[in-house]
Design a protein around this ligand. Structure first.
Ligand code: S3P
Length: 182
């Protein structure tokens, strides 16, 4: 049996916490969440997709029709509900960890992995993405990025360099999980 299969097997047997992915828009939370789920056999929940499925509206339309505050209250309910599960991956929306209640709920039985991507990486990943209501222009994006960076860092249990391939990022997360297990 290969080393990586052994690793995955032992994760499934022993972990009792959620894996929470945080970070700025475009850092790769959704893609990493799906890939990681396929590697370790956990279910993945993406808070934005969860909210979109529940409301039948895109995040962008929720912002447009009801405003950001309404989106944040839906996000809060979603995170509270997900925090009652265990052994799942939660890909959070980029603004969710800024809220104290969300932080508390996510940390209750989850470890926070901050996907730390640089501003150039994020700008390049989002250059043809117009689905995010908060990304109005480059200047605003830059300000928001630096305003939030400290919060992502201080709320994280683990910081993961997200300027790499999805495979490398997941490998790094799995090796960090192994440290918790010990
Ligand atoms: C937001 C990030 C988005 C989404 C919403 C607000 C934010 O999710 O939740 O547009 O405040 O950073 P992603 O981080 O998945 O883009």
């Amino acid at each position: 049996m290969s080393k990586s299969i052994n690793l995955i097997k032992s994760l499934n047997n022993n972990l009792d916490f959620n894996i929470v992915l945080t970070g700025f828009m475009g850092c790769g939370k959704t893609t990493v969440g799906k890939f990681l789920a396929s590697k370790i056999g956990y279910k993945v929940f993406d808070t934005d997709i969860f909210i979109e499925n529940k409301t039948g509206l895109t995040v962008s339309n929720i912002f447009k029709i009801y405003g950001e505050n309404h989106f944040r209250s839906l996000e809060k309910i979603c995170i509270k509900n997900l925090s009652f599960f265990s052994q799942i991956i939660i890909s959070t929306g980029g603004g969710s960890i800024l809220d104290n209640d969300n932080e508390k709920n996510l940390k209750r039985n989850g470890k926070i992995f901050f996907l730390d991507a640089s501003l150039p990486t994020i700008i390049s990943r989002l250059k043809s993405d117009f689905s995010r209501p908060l990304l109005k222009n480059k200047d605003f994006e830059k300000k928001l990025f630096y305003k939030r960076k400290d919060i992502y860092l201080t709320t994280a249990d683990f910081i993961v360099d997200a300027n790499r391939s999805i495979e490398q990022i997941c490998k790094d997360i799995i090796s960090k999980i192994k440290i918790i297990e010990k």
